[in-house]
Ligand binder design. Structure first.
Ligand code: ZN
Length: 444
C-alpha cells in the first residue's frame, strides 16, 4: 500500500528494496515486483510501495538491496506452540492422552533444572527466529523458575511473544502439579513482571493446560484473574480428540459441552486463544464467535496425533478469529511453511485459496492475537516485523504464462505454500531490528 501523503525523508532511517508480498485481508494481497519498504528509527513502517513511487523519499538513506531471487514478506505468526516440548518433537504415540503420558510430562519435568531450562529456552526462541516466526503464542512449563528464564531469554533475543506458565493441579505427575492457590500466586507474579515488557514485545497469558488437568478451584481463580487483568491473554487447549472430550464430560458432568467448561468460569472472550477446536459443534462455534474468542488451527499436529479434521472453511465462513499454530512438539517442526501446506492438505474436499493460507500465517495470526493493529503486514504505522526469504534458483527459466503481476504473485505464493521450508529464511527482523541472519554454509 502506498501512502497518498508525501513522505518526509527525515522519517526514514532504513530502507529495503526487493520483491514484496503481504496480505491486507483473507483475499487481498499486495505484490510489488520491485518494491521498497521504508522504516523509521523507531522500527515503524513509514511506507511500502513500488520503488519508482517511493525512491524520492530516500534522500541519502542507504538501501538494503535484496537479490532478484529474494522475497520480503511479513514475519510469520505461530498462534500455538510449546517451548518445553522442543526436545521431544516428532516422538510418536497412539493418542493425545498416551502421548502426554509417554513423552511430554517426563520431558516437562526436566525443567526443574534451571540450566536445562536455560539451554532449551535459548534453543527454542532462536529457532523461532530462524523459522521467520516473529510472533508466537507460547506454552511454557509449570515451573515458575523455568518460566522466568524463558521470559529473560525472549527479552534478550528480541522475540515478540505471548507466553505464560503452564498451570496444572491434577491428572499429571506430582512433579508438575501444585495447589491451585500457589499456581495462581505464581502466575500473577510472573504476569506483573513481564506483561508489556521489552517495549510491548512481551505479553503475558494465563495458561491452564486444558480442562482435564484443572480443578474447578484453579479455573475459577483464573476467571477472577481475567476480570482483574482484562488486557492479559488466556491460552489453552479445546476439543482436540474424542477420548479427551469424553473424559472432560466425565470430569465436568454439569457442562453441556467442552466449551461450556471454560465459559462457565469466565475464561472465554477477546484475547482467549483456544488451540485445536477440531470437534466443535456448530453451537460451540457460534458461542465462540459471539464471545470473540480465537482459535489456533494446528493441522500438522492434528495429522500427527490423528486428532481429526478441523473445519477451517466453516470457521472462516463464520468469521471467527483464527490463526495457524505449529503446536511443537505434537507438530513435528516450527516452520509455518509446513503448517500452511498441511492446512491445505487437511481440507481434502476443498481447495483453500493460497491468499487465505498466507493471510492465516501472517495477518490472520496477528488478528487472532489481537495484534493486527501492530503487526502482520506492511501498512504504514505498523511495526516492521518481516522476513527476507531466499527462493532456491532453478537451472531453467520458469514459465511465465502472462506478464500479469497477479499471476506472478500467485505463482510465488504457490511455491511458498507447497515448497517453502526453513532454509529459505535468510534474515528475520522484529520492529526493524535484525534478530536472525542465516550464516553461510561453506561449499566444498
Ligand atoms: Zn498444544
Amino acid at each position: 500500500m502506498t501512502s497518498s501523503a508525501p513522505i518526509s525523508s527525515q522519517l526514514v532511517s532504513r530502507a529495503y528494496r526487493g520483491t514484496i508480498l503481504h496480505a491486507l485481508s483473507r483475499s487481498e494481497l499486495v505484490y510489488f515486483a520491485d518494491g521498497l519498504l521504508l522504516v523509521d528509527s523507531e522500527g515503524l513502517i513509514v511506507a511500502c510501495g513500488p520503488w519508482a513511487d517511493l525512491k524520492d523519499a530516500l534522500q541519502g538513506v542507504a538501501v538494503r538491496q535484496c537479490r532478484p531471487d529474494q522475497l520480503i514478506v511479513p514475519g510469520f505468526v505461530d498462534t500455538h506452540v510449546h517451548l518445553p516440548q522442543m526436545a521431544v518433537a516428532g516422538c510418536q504415540a497412539p493418542s493425545l492422552l498416551e502421548w502426554l503420558d509417554t513423552h511430554i510430562f517426563a520431558e516437562e519435568a526436566r525443567f526443574e533444572d534451571e540450566d536445562y531450562a536455560r539451554t532449551v529456552s535459548a534453543w527454542f526462541l532462536s529457532e523461532l527466529l530462524a523459522n521467520g516466526t516473529t510472533l508466537a503464542n507460547v506454552f511454557l512449563t509449570s515451573h515458575p523458575g523455568a518460566s522466568q528464564i524463558a521470559f529473560e531469554t525472549a527479552a534478550s533475543l528480541g522475540n515478540r511473544v505471548v507466553m505464560g506458565q503452564t498451570l496444572m493441579d491434577k491428572h499429571a505427575p506430582d512433579s508438575l502439579l501444585r495447589p491451585a492457590a500457589q499456581l495462581l500466586a505464581e502466575t500473577e507474579s510472573l504476569c506483573k513482571s513481564w506483561h508489556g515488557a521489552n517495549d510491548g514485545r512481551i505479553q503475558y497469558a494465563w495458561v491452564p493446560r486444558f480442562a482435564l488437568t484443572s480443578s474447578e478451584e484453579l479455573l475459577s481463580g483464573l476467571g477472577a484473574l481475567r476480570r482483574q487483568y482484562p488486557e492479559v491473554y488466556l491460552h489453552t487447549h479445546l476439543s482436540e480428540q474424542l477420548a479427551e472430550i469424553a473424559a472432560v464430560k466425565a470430569q465436568f458432568p454439569w457442562a453441556s459441552d467442552y466449551t461450556q467448561v471454560y465459559e462457565h468460569f469466565g475464561l472465554l472472550g477477546a484475547r482467549t486463544i483456544l488451540a485445536h477446536g477440531v470437534h466443535l459443534s456448530d453451537e460451540e462455534l457460534l458461542r465462540l464467535k459471539t464471545l470473540d474468542a480465537s482459535l489456533a488451527h494446528c493441522p500438522s499436529s492434528n495429522f500427527f496425533l490423528k486428532s481429526g479434521r478441523f473445519r477451517l472453511m466453516d470457521v472462516l465462513q463464520r468469521q471467527l478469529r483464527v490463526g495457524l499454530g505449529s503446536d511443537v512438539g505434537a507438530g513435528p517442526e516450527l516452520s509455518l511453511f509446513t503448517v500452511m501446506k498441511d492446512a491445505q492438505y487437511m481440507q481434502s474436499d476443498t481447495l483453500v485459496p493460497l491468499a487465505t493460507l498466507f493471510y492465516l500465517a501472517t495477518l490472520g495470526g496477528a488478528e487472532a492475537l489481537h495484534l493486527g493493529h501492530r503487526v502482520g503486514n506492511f501498512e504504514p504505522g505498523k511495526e516492521a516485523d518481516f522476513v527476507v526469504l531466499d527462493l532456491p534458483p532453478s537451472p531453467v527459466a520458469r514459465q511465465k504464462p502472462t506478464a500479469s503481476s497477479q499471476q506472478d504473485s500467485e505463482a510465488l505464493l504457490s511455491r511458498l505454500v507447497y515448497q517453502g521450508h526453513q532454509p529459505w529464511v535468510a534474515a528475520t527482523y522484529i520492529r526493524g531490528h535484525q534478530v536472525y541472519q542465516r550464516t553461510a554454509i561453506a561449499q566444498n
